[in-house]
Design a protein around this ligand. Structure first.
Ligand code: HEC
Length: 292
C-alpha cells in the first residue's frame, strides 16, 4: 500500500502553492507500476519527468545539481573551480594507480583498456557472481588478486584512485547496462525499491527530495535532481575537506533524515548505486567534481 506523501516534505521544502495530494500519490503509484515494463521504459519515463520539469536543462545541465538553482552558489562554485580542489586527489590517485604492486603487476592489468575511460560503465552487473560490482569493489578485488590488502571505501586512497579513473572518463556518457538476466533485473529493482522507500522518523525517501522537490529549497539548500547526480562522483566537498565517494554521500543523506544508513558496499547499497547511476545514463561524466 503506497501512502501519499506527508505534508512535512512540502513544509521543509518551502512549497507555497497548494498541492494536489491525490495527484502526487497517483504519480508515485504510476512511477512504481512501470516496474513491470523494465529498466529501459523506466528510464524514458524518469528522464522524461525531469525534462518536463526543467525544460531549460539538458542532461549535462541537470548534472550541475543545486548550482542550477542559485546564482550566488553557482558563482561561488565557479570561483572554487578556478583551482579545482580535487586536482591534488587526481594526481595522487594517478601516482597510486601507476605504482606497481609488490608482485610487479599494475591496476591497469586488472581492467579493460588498462582502466582508462571505463568509469562511466560502473557499477556493473557481474555474471560470475550474479551481483552488482562497483568500481570501488573492482579496485579492491584487483588488489586482493595481487596479494595486496583492501583499502577503505568511503575516502582516502581508494577514492583517489577512483577520482583518477573518473578523470579519464570525463565527457563520456554514463552507460550502465542492466542485461537481460533475472539477477540483474532483480538487483535493479531492489535499488529502485530502496530509492523509493521511506526511512527515518520523518519518513523521507530519496525520491521525495531529489525528484518531487527537486529545484526547491530545504534548510537553505536547493535540491538537485536525481538524474545527473551520479555523473559528478567522486566529489571534493568543502564540508568534508577531502574527496569522498558517492556511497559516502548516500550515507550522509540517510543520516540527515535521521535514518540508520545502509552500510557501504553491501548488496543493498550497491544495488542503490546501480539504480541511481542508471538514472543518469547518457549524462556526460563530469567527475571528479567539487561540491560545498
Ligand atoms: C530531506 C531531503 C533529502 C533526502 C530524503 C535525501 N537527500 Fe540527498 N541531498 C539533500 C540535500 C539538501 C543535498 C545537498 C543539495 C543537493 O546537491 O541536492 C543532497 C545531496 C545529495 C547528493 C549529491 C548531489 C550532488 O550533485 O552533489 C546525492 C548523490 C544524494 N543527495 C543522494 C541521495 C540519496 C540516494 C537519497 C536516499 C537515500 C537521498 N539523497 C535522500 C537532501 C536529501
Amino acid at each position: 500500500m503506497i501512502r501519499i506523501i506527508n505534508s512535512s516534505v512540502a513544509q521543509v521544502a518551502q512549497v507555497t502553492q497548494k498541492v494536489a495530494w491525490y495527484a502526487i500519490a497517483l504519480a508515485v503509484v504510476t512511477m512504481l507500476n512501470t516496474a513491470a515494463a523494465g529498466p529501459k521504459e523506466d528510464l524514458d519515463k524518469y528522464q522524461g519527468f525531469f525534462k518536463q520539469r526543467f525544460p531549460e536543462l539538458d542532461l549535462a545541465g541537470l548534472a550541475n545539481g543545486m548550482y542550477n538553482f542559485s546564482e550566488d552558489k553557482r558563482n561561488q562554485y565557479n570561483d572554487i573551480m578556478e583551482f579545482p580542489p580535487y586536482d591534488v586527489a587526481v594526481e595522487e590517485g594517478k601516482e597510486l594507480y601507476t605504482t606497481p604492486f609488490k608482485n610487479g603487476k599494475h591496476y591497469a592489468d586488472c581492467f579493460a583498456q588498462g582502466g582508462e575511460g571505463i568509469a562511466q560503465s560502473y557499477p556493473k552487473f557481474d555474471k560470475g557472481t550474479g551481483k552488482v560490482q562497483t568500481l570501488a569493489a573492482a579496485i579492491n578485488e584487483c588488489r586482493k588478486n595481487n596479494g595486496e590488502a583492501p583499502l577503505k571505501y568511503l575516502k582516502g586512497n581508494l577514492v583517489k584512485i577512483q577520482a583518477y579513473m573518473a578523470e579519464t572518463s570525463r565527457g563520456k556518457p554514463i552507460n550502465i547496462q542492466v542485461p537481460d538476466d533475472p539477477r540483474a533485473i532483480a538487483a535493479y529493482e531492489e535499488g529502485k525499491r530502496i530509492y523509493f522507500t521511506r526511512r527515518g522518523p520523518r519518513e523521507f525517501a530519496c525520491y521525495h527530495c531529489h525528484w518531487e522537490a527537486s529545484g526547491m529549497r530545504i534548510r537553505g539548500n536547493e535540491l538537485s535532481p536525481a538524474v545527473g547526480q551520479a555523473a559528478n562522483f567522486p566529489v571534493y566537498r568543502s564540508k568534508w575537506g577531502e574527496i569522498g565517494s558517492i556511497q559516502r554521500r548516500y550515507i550522509g543523506c540517510m543520516r540527515n533524515i535521521g535514518a540508520v544508513p545502509l552500510k557501504e558496499q553491501t548488496e543493498a547499497m550497491n544495488n542503490l548505486e546501480y539504480f541511481h547511476t542508471y538514472l543518469s545514463n547518457g549524462v556526460p561524466m563530469n567527475a571528479p567534481n567539487s561540491r560545498f
